[in-house]
Design a protein around this ligand. Structure first.
Ligand SMILES: C[S@@+](CC[C@H](N)C(=O)[O-])C[C@H]1O[C@@H](n2cnc3c(N)ncnc32)[C@H](O)[C@@H]1O
Length: 246
Protein backbone atom coordinates (compact mmCIF):
# COMPACT_ATOMS: atom_id res chain seq x y z
CA UNK A 1 0.00 0.00 0.00
CA UNK A 2 1.09 3.50 -0.70
CA UNK A 3 -1.51 5.79 0.85
CA UNK A 4 -2.53 9.36 0.02
CA UNK A 5 -0.61 10.46 3.12
CA UNK A 6 2.48 8.55 1.89
CA UNK A 7 2.16 10.28 -1.49
CA UNK A 8 1.90 13.71 0.15
CA UNK A 9 4.98 13.02 2.30
CA UNK A 10 6.92 11.82 -0.75
CA UNK A 11 5.90 14.99 -2.63
CA UNK A 12 7.53 17.09 0.08
CA UNK A 13 10.65 14.96 0.03
CA UNK A 14 11.01 15.25 -3.76
CA UNK A 15 9.96 18.90 -3.99
CA UNK A 16 11.46 20.77 -1.03
CA UNK A 17 10.74 24.51 -1.11
CA UNK A 18 14.24 25.94 -1.46
CA UNK A 19 14.86 29.40 -2.95
CA UNK A 20 18.64 28.77 -2.89
CA UNK A 21 18.12 25.81 -5.22
CA UNK A 22 15.14 26.80 -7.35
CA UNK A 23 14.73 30.21 -9.07
CA UNK A 24 10.96 29.61 -9.08
CA UNK A 25 10.89 29.43 -5.28
CA UNK A 26 13.03 32.58 -4.99
CA UNK A 27 10.73 34.40 -7.46
CA UNK A 28 7.60 33.63 -5.41
CA UNK A 29 9.26 34.15 -2.02
CA UNK A 30 10.15 37.72 -2.98
CA UNK A 31 6.56 38.48 -4.03
CA UNK A 32 5.05 36.81 -0.95
CA UNK A 33 7.34 38.55 1.54
CA UNK A 34 6.52 41.95 -0.04
CA UNK A 35 2.73 41.41 0.12
CA UNK A 36 0.68 42.16 3.23
CA UNK A 37 -1.80 39.35 2.56
CA UNK A 38 -1.42 36.28 0.36
CA UNK A 39 -3.83 33.64 -0.98
CA UNK A 40 -2.10 30.54 -2.38
CA UNK A 41 -4.46 28.49 -4.57
CA UNK A 42 -3.56 24.81 -5.00
CA UNK A 43 -1.23 25.23 -2.02
CA UNK A 44 -0.58 21.48 -1.80
CA UNK A 45 1.35 20.63 1.35
CA UNK A 46 1.73 24.34 2.07
CA UNK A 47 5.50 24.58 1.83
CA UNK A 48 5.62 28.08 0.32
CA UNK A 49 3.44 29.59 3.06
CA UNK A 50 5.22 27.58 5.77
CA UNK A 51 8.47 29.15 4.67
CA UNK A 52 6.96 32.64 4.49
CA UNK A 53 5.94 32.37 8.15
CA UNK A 54 9.34 30.93 9.09
CA UNK A 55 10.97 33.90 7.35
CA UNK A 56 8.91 36.32 9.47
CA UNK A 57 5.90 37.17 7.28
CA UNK A 58 3.57 38.84 9.79
CA UNK A 59 0.48 39.33 7.58
CA UNK A 60 -2.43 37.12 6.57
CA UNK A 61 -1.50 33.89 4.80
CA UNK A 62 -4.22 31.60 3.41
CA UNK A 63 -3.82 28.36 1.46
CA UNK A 64 -6.65 26.59 -0.38
CA UNK A 65 -6.23 23.06 -1.70
CA UNK A 66 -8.61 20.26 -2.79
CA UNK A 67 -6.39 17.30 -1.85
CA UNK A 68 -7.07 16.32 1.77
CA UNK A 69 -3.81 14.45 2.36
CA UNK A 70 -1.76 17.39 1.09
CA UNK A 71 -3.83 19.77 3.21
CA UNK A 72 -3.30 17.59 6.29
CA UNK A 73 0.45 18.14 5.87
CA UNK A 74 -0.10 21.87 5.34
CA UNK A 75 -2.06 21.97 8.62
CA UNK A 76 1.04 20.92 10.57
CA UNK A 77 1.54 24.68 10.79
CA UNK A 78 -1.33 26.32 12.65
CA UNK A 79 -0.39 29.98 12.12
CA UNK A 80 -1.60 29.95 8.49
CA UNK A 81 -5.29 29.63 7.44
CA UNK A 82 -5.94 26.41 5.50
CA UNK A 83 -9.11 25.84 3.48
CA UNK A 84 -10.21 22.72 1.61
CA UNK A 85 -11.37 23.50 -1.93
CA UNK A 86 -10.48 24.24 -5.51
CA UNK A 87 -9.54 27.63 -6.91
CA UNK A 88 -13.10 28.02 -8.23
CA UNK A 89 -14.42 27.42 -4.69
CA UNK A 90 -12.57 30.50 -3.35
CA UNK A 91 -15.14 32.94 -1.93
CA UNK A 92 -13.13 35.89 -0.61
CA UNK A 93 -13.99 39.48 -1.59
CA UNK A 94 -11.18 42.01 -2.05
CA UNK A 95 -9.11 40.65 0.84
CA UNK A 96 -5.68 39.89 -0.64
CA UNK A 97 -2.74 41.83 -2.07
CA UNK A 98 -1.34 38.77 -3.81
CA UNK A 99 -2.77 35.50 -5.13
CA UNK A 100 -0.47 32.72 -6.33
CA UNK A 101 -0.72 29.38 -8.11
CA UNK A 102 2.78 27.90 -7.97
CA UNK A 103 4.56 24.76 -9.13
CA UNK A 104 2.30 24.71 -12.21
CA UNK A 105 -0.90 24.29 -10.16
CA UNK A 106 -2.56 26.60 -12.74
CA UNK A 107 -2.30 23.79 -15.31
CA UNK A 108 -4.74 21.71 -13.23
CA UNK A 109 -7.44 24.11 -14.52
CA UNK A 110 -8.30 22.05 -17.56
CA UNK A 111 -11.72 23.05 -18.89
CA UNK A 112 -12.71 26.50 -20.14
CA UNK A 113 -15.46 26.58 -17.49
CA UNK A 114 -13.04 25.79 -14.64
CA UNK A 115 -10.51 28.33 -15.93
CA UNK A 116 -13.18 31.06 -16.09
CA UNK A 117 -14.66 30.20 -12.68
CA UNK A 118 -11.21 30.03 -11.07
CA UNK A 119 -10.03 33.32 -12.58
CA UNK A 120 -13.28 35.00 -11.51
CA UNK A 121 -12.75 33.73 -7.94
CA UNK A 122 -9.11 34.96 -7.89
CA UNK A 123 -10.21 38.34 -9.30
CA UNK A 124 -12.83 38.72 -6.53
CA UNK A 125 -10.40 37.68 -3.81
CA UNK A 126 -7.87 40.38 -4.74
CA UNK A 127 -8.02 44.02 -3.70
CA UNK A 128 -8.17 46.44 -6.66
CA UNK A 129 -4.59 46.56 -7.96
CA UNK A 130 -3.74 43.27 -6.24
CA UNK A 131 -1.59 40.82 -8.19
CA UNK A 132 -1.99 37.26 -9.41
CA UNK A 133 1.32 35.41 -9.96
CA UNK A 134 1.57 31.97 -11.53
CA UNK A 135 3.37 30.01 -14.20
CA UNK A 136 2.28 27.54 -16.85
CA UNK A 137 4.57 25.41 -19.03
CA UNK A 138 4.90 26.84 -22.54
CA UNK A 139 3.42 24.30 -25.00
CA UNK A 140 6.20 24.98 -27.51
CA UNK A 141 8.68 23.14 -25.21
CA UNK A 142 6.51 19.97 -25.28
CA UNK A 143 7.52 19.01 -21.71
CA UNK A 144 5.21 15.98 -21.85
CA UNK A 145 7.59 14.27 -24.29
CA UNK A 146 9.92 13.65 -21.32
CA UNK A 147 7.14 12.07 -19.26
CA UNK A 148 7.77 8.42 -20.13
CA UNK A 149 9.31 5.29 -18.55
CA UNK A 150 12.75 6.12 -20.03
CA UNK A 151 12.87 8.96 -17.49
CA UNK A 152 11.79 6.85 -14.50
CA UNK A 153 13.50 7.67 -11.20
CA UNK A 154 14.27 5.74 -8.06
CA UNK A 155 14.06 7.20 -4.58
CA UNK A 156 13.81 6.18 -0.93
CA UNK A 157 10.69 7.48 0.77
CA UNK A 158 10.59 9.00 4.29
CA UNK A 159 9.83 5.56 5.78
CA UNK A 160 12.86 3.96 4.07
CA UNK A 161 11.04 2.20 1.20
CA UNK A 162 12.86 2.13 -2.13
CA UNK A 163 10.43 3.31 -4.80
CA UNK A 164 10.46 3.53 -8.58
CA UNK A 165 8.40 6.37 -10.02
CA UNK A 166 7.50 6.62 -13.66
CA UNK A 167 5.25 8.74 -15.81
CA UNK A 168 3.33 7.83 -18.91
CA UNK A 169 1.33 10.13 -21.16
CA UNK A 170 -2.03 8.49 -21.80
CA UNK A 171 -3.54 11.02 -24.17
CA UNK A 172 -2.93 14.35 -25.84
CA UNK A 173 -6.23 15.97 -26.77
CA UNK A 174 -5.91 19.52 -28.10
CA UNK A 175 -3.94 21.31 -25.35
CA UNK A 176 -4.77 18.84 -22.55
CA UNK A 177 -2.31 16.12 -21.58
CA UNK A 178 -3.53 13.23 -19.43
CA UNK A 179 -0.76 11.31 -17.70
CA UNK A 180 -0.32 8.61 -15.11
CA UNK A 181 2.27 8.45 -12.36
CA UNK A 182 3.06 4.91 -11.21
CA UNK A 183 4.73 4.27 -7.89
CA UNK A 184 6.25 0.78 -7.66
CA UNK A 185 8.50 -1.20 -5.39
CA UNK A 186 12.03 -2.13 -6.50
CA UNK A 187 10.73 -5.48 -7.84
CA UNK A 188 8.20 -3.65 -10.02
CA UNK A 189 5.16 -4.33 -7.80
CA UNK A 190 2.79 -1.47 -8.50
CA UNK A 191 1.83 0.29 -5.26
CA UNK A 192 -0.17 3.16 -6.66
CA UNK A 193 -1.24 4.82 -9.92
CA UNK A 194 -2.27 8.49 -9.98
CA UNK A 195 -3.87 10.04 -13.06
CA UNK A 196 -4.08 13.73 -13.79
CA UNK A 197 -4.74 16.11 -16.66
CA UNK A 198 -2.81 19.29 -17.33
CA UNK A 199 -3.63 22.06 -19.79
CA UNK A 200 -0.89 23.73 -21.83
CA UNK A 201 -2.27 27.14 -22.83
CA UNK A 202 -0.38 29.11 -25.45
CA UNK A 203 0.34 32.76 -24.55
CA UNK A 204 -2.40 34.24 -26.75
CA UNK A 205 -5.11 31.94 -25.34
CA UNK A 206 -3.89 32.44 -21.78
CA UNK A 207 -3.93 36.21 -22.17
CA UNK A 208 -7.45 36.16 -23.63
CA UNK A 209 -8.71 34.23 -20.58
CA UNK A 210 -6.96 36.73 -18.28
CA UNK A 211 -8.34 39.79 -20.11
CA UNK A 212 -11.88 38.36 -20.13
CA UNK A 213 -11.61 37.83 -16.36
CA UNK A 214 -10.59 41.47 -15.78
CA UNK A 215 -6.83 41.07 -15.32
CA UNK A 216 -4.21 43.40 -16.79
CA UNK A 217 -0.87 41.79 -17.55
CA UNK A 218 1.88 43.59 -15.69
CA UNK A 219 4.70 41.33 -16.88
CA UNK A 220 5.19 37.99 -18.56
CA UNK A 221 8.50 36.13 -18.42
CA UNK A 222 9.95 33.05 -20.08
CA UNK A 223 11.60 31.95 -16.81
CA UNK A 224 11.67 32.84 -13.12
CA UNK A 225 14.81 34.97 -13.58
CA UNK A 226 12.53 37.41 -15.45
CA UNK A 227 13.92 36.72 -18.93
CA UNK A 228 11.59 37.49 -21.87
CA UNK A 229 9.22 34.96 -23.42
CA UNK A 230 11.01 33.83 -26.60
CA UNK A 231 10.61 31.12 -29.23
CA UNK A 232 12.48 28.68 -26.97
CA UNK A 233 10.99 29.52 -23.55
CA UNK A 234 9.83 26.57 -21.50
CA UNK A 235 7.61 28.61 -19.19
CA UNK A 236 5.12 31.46 -19.23
CA UNK A 237 5.49 33.21 -15.86
CA UNK A 238 2.74 35.78 -15.41
CA UNK A 239 2.23 38.72 -13.09
CA UNK A 240 -1.29 40.07 -13.62
CA UNK A 241 -3.11 42.87 -11.81
CA UNK A 242 -6.72 42.94 -10.82
CA UNK A 243 -8.36 45.49 -13.10
CA UNK A 244 -12.00 46.62 -13.11
CA UNK A 245 -14.61 43.86 -12.82
CA UNK A 246 -15.54 42.68 -16.33
C1 LIG B 1 1.98 20.40 -8.58
S1 LIG B 1 0.98 20.58 -7.18
C2 LIG B 1 1.65 22.08 -6.48
C3 LIG B 1 1.38 22.17 -5.00
C4 LIG B 1 1.98 23.38 -4.30
N1 LIG B 1 1.48 24.63 -4.87
C5 LIG B 1 3.48 23.35 -4.33
O1 LIG B 1 4.10 24.34 -4.75
O2 LIG B 1 4.05 22.36 -3.88
C6 LIG B 1 -0.57 21.14 -7.86
C7 LIG B 1 -1.66 21.28 -6.82
O3 LIG B 1 -2.85 21.81 -7.40
C8 LIG B 1 -3.94 21.17 -6.76
N2 LIG B 1 -5.15 21.30 -7.60
C9 LIG B 1 -5.68 20.43 -8.49
N3 LIG B 1 -6.80 20.94 -9.03
C10 LIG B 1 -6.97 22.17 -8.48
C11 LIG B 1 -7.96 23.19 -8.64
N4 LIG B 1 -8.97 23.07 -9.49
N5 LIG B 1 -7.83 24.31 -7.89
C12 LIG B 1 -6.79 24.47 -7.05
N6 LIG B 1 -5.82 23.54 -6.88
C13 LIG B 1 -5.92 22.40 -7.58
C14 LIG B 1 -3.48 19.74 -6.59
O4 LIG B 1 -4.25 19.04 -5.63
C15 LIG B 1 -2.04 19.94 -6.19
O5 LIG B 1 -1.88 20.03 -4.80
Amino acid sequence: MFSDADAAALYDQLNPWDPALWPSDAFYDELVMAAGSVLDLGCGTGSMLHRAREQGHAGRLVGIEPDRAALARARRRGDVEWVEGTAADARWEAEFDLATMVSHAFQCLVTDDDLRASLAAVHSALRVGGRFAFETRHPQARAWEQWNPAHASETTDPTGRVLRIQHQVESVVDDVITLSETTAGPDGTVLRVDRSSLRFLDPATLNTFLAEAGFEIEAQYGDWLRGPVTGSSREIVTLAQRGPRP
